[in-house]
Design a protein around this ligand. Structure first.
Ligand SMILES: Cc1cc2nc3c(=O)[nH]c(=O)nc-3n(C[C@H](O)[C@H](O)[C@H](O)COP(=O)(O)OP(=O)(O)OC[C@H]3O[C@@H](n4cnc5c(N)ncnc54)[C@H](O)[C@@H]3O)c2cc1C
Length: 478
């Protein structure tokens, strides 16, 4: 049974000052401010209020409403979530993730503006879903909006935008190294007006949710194509198609992430109508590349929010009068203050990196911002993990237990170094691109030395090392 959940609707609650603390809009980094509209600032403050006052207190209720036992947990649909969704819509907090310069279907914000909001959504387990801004639906909705036919949009994008159904993105496979997408091998072969799919997928996030009705599936449709980037296709596959079995759910450091979860799914002669092909056979790479850019920014900003929340927990613990190791409050132990300061510096720096990437996307598109997206993608999870880890340490045993959200946040944060391509892939790409100017830099430095020699000659100076000593030991007067 659900616990009745009533939310007061007063303007005062939503827009009033929070105990003298600056509001979200007042904390926007100064270099980002010129790019944030008044409407976005106002919405940001409402997001903050909604998350702090309605979603975070609801997190444990949601967890309890999921219930116990694998069958129950993966068929649960916690009622508190529907109440929060209703509330979010009343407040105008819905589909903020679809950027205004690329899609007409969203709430009309830029990537930068939504990025600022995503930070607050990242402080609660359920706020993203409550505002219809949760992965993997966000990326999948972008795929439908960008590449879908009108029929595909009517059938799946519309209910997704309304938050009536959910979706999953099925790329990763258990039998191949999936960080290299050319390895993706789920077989797709055409028979008349249908494609037949055989193979298996895992880490299909969201597939456990009973409302998950559509899978965006990558497979190999043309294994003999000499261009390895043309061998794969992406198809829209209804989750209830005969031949699909969710074999089991995977855990993340022991957490099952129910009800969405992460499915291990087997495809056995799954027949899909040819019109469910996305964009066209052989164009799978185009689709997945178009999907991932902004999603990485969303993940990164939510991780910044998680880091902020961990720091809040850290500060609360330092000031808890019941906890005084060796007769002093934690804030009286210098090492703790240093950890707080480091956390502040790292979060603020990482946030700027994400906002910079979001601005680059806004200024053109995700392809234009590849470097900045990769920088944020690698930097932010490490920062978030370090900050969460410091907070865990400050709580001692409680930090690793279920008594704070920190253990769950750390487990989730750790996956960010793997999901959407592991760190190494982004680092290698960044390193390679950076190294492209290595040859030119070698030439530049040689040229500068030569020019220095010529200048020395012009000034009548004989070039010599300033520390040149030329001391012969036998002649040295000591
Ligand atoms: C919580 C969670 C949710 C996920 N959700 C989804 C989802 O919804 N849909 C989906 O399709 N997938 C999802 N994934 C899967 C994720 O995207 C993959 O795990 C990731 O892309 C890595 O692929 P892999 O697991 O096959 O590892 P592999 O490709 O086998 O890589 C293993 C390791 O090899 C190393 N490595 C890889 N490439 C290089 C390189 N070039 N240089 C040096 N080292 C390298 C890295 O350390 C890497 O972690 C999810 C994963 C997790 C943990």
């Amino acid at each position: 049974m659900s616990v009745p959940y009533k939310i007061e609707a007063s303007e005062e609650l939503l827009l009033g000052n929070q105990s003298q603390q600056p509001r979200a809009s007042q904390k926007i980094p100064i270099i980002a401010r010129p790019f944030v509209s008044e409407r976005a600032q106002k919405t940001l403050d409402i997001v903050e209020k909604f998350v702090e006052e309605e979603c975070i207190p609801a997190d444990p209720i949601y967890a309890q409403q999921i219930g116990e036992g694998v069958a129950t947990r993966f068929s649960a649909h916690p009622p508190i979530l529907e109440d929060l969704k209703k509330r979010a819509r009343e407040l105008g907090l819905w589909n903020m993730f679809l950027p205004k310069n690329h899609f007409k279907e969203g709430a009309g914000f830029s990537n930068l503006e939504y990025g600022l909001m995503a930070e607050y959504l990242g402080k609660s387990h359920i706020a993203s879903e409550a505002t219809n801004c949760a992965a993997p639906d966000t990326g999948n909705m972008e795929v439908f909006a960008k590449y879908g036919t009108q029929v595909q949009k009517d059938r799946w994008l519309k209910p997704l935008l309304e938050g009536k159904i959910r979706s999953a993105f099925l790329m990763t496979e258990p039998d191949v190294a999936s960080s290299d997408a050319t390895n993706i091998g789920l077989r797709m072969h055409q028979e008349g007006n249908e494609w037949v799919l055989n193979g298996s997928k895992w880490w299909s996030s969201g597939a456990g949710d009973p409302r998950c009705q559509i899978y965006v599936v990558m497979g190999k449709s043309d294994p003999n194509n000499s261009n390895v980037y043309k061998q794969q296709s992406v198809m829209f596959v209804p989750a209830d198609t005969p031949g699909i079995t969710i074999k089991r759910m995977l855990s993340v450091y022991g957490f099952d992430d129910a009800p969405h979860g992460h499915g291990h799914i087997v495809f056995n002669d799954v027949r899909v109508p040819a019109e469910n092909m996305c964009l066209g056979a052989g164009r799978g790479f185009e689709v997945i590349q178009g999907r991932l850019g902004p999603g990485r920014i969303h993940h990164a900003m939510r991780s910044i929010g998680a880091a902020e929340k961990a720091l809040e927990y850290f500060l609360a613990r330092m000031n808890d009068p019941k906890k005084k190791p060796f007769g002093k409050q934690l804030y009286e132990h210098g090492v703790m203050l240093e950890r707080v300061a480091r956390s502040r510096i790292e979060i603020d720096t990482a946030r700027l990196s994400v906002l910079n990437a979001a601005l680059m996307i806004d200024s053109k598109d995700a392809k234009f911002a590849l470097k900045e997206i990769a920088e944020a993608k690698v930097l932010v999870p490490q920062v978030a993990l370090d900050v969460i880890d410091r907070a865990v340490q400050a709580y001692g045993g409680a930090g690793v237990s279920q008594d704070t959200p920190l253990a769950n946040m750390w487990a989730h944060g750790r996956t960010m170094k793997i999901v959407d391509g592991p760190d190494e892939v982004h680092l290698i790409q960044l390193g390679r691109n950076e190294n492209k100017r290595g040859g030119w830099l070698l030439e530049k430095i040689e040229w500068q030395k030569k020019k220095g020699d010529e200048m020395a000659k012009a000034y009548g100076i004989t070039r010599r090392d300033v520390l040149q000593l030329d001391r012969e030991h036998a002649k040295a007067k000591l």
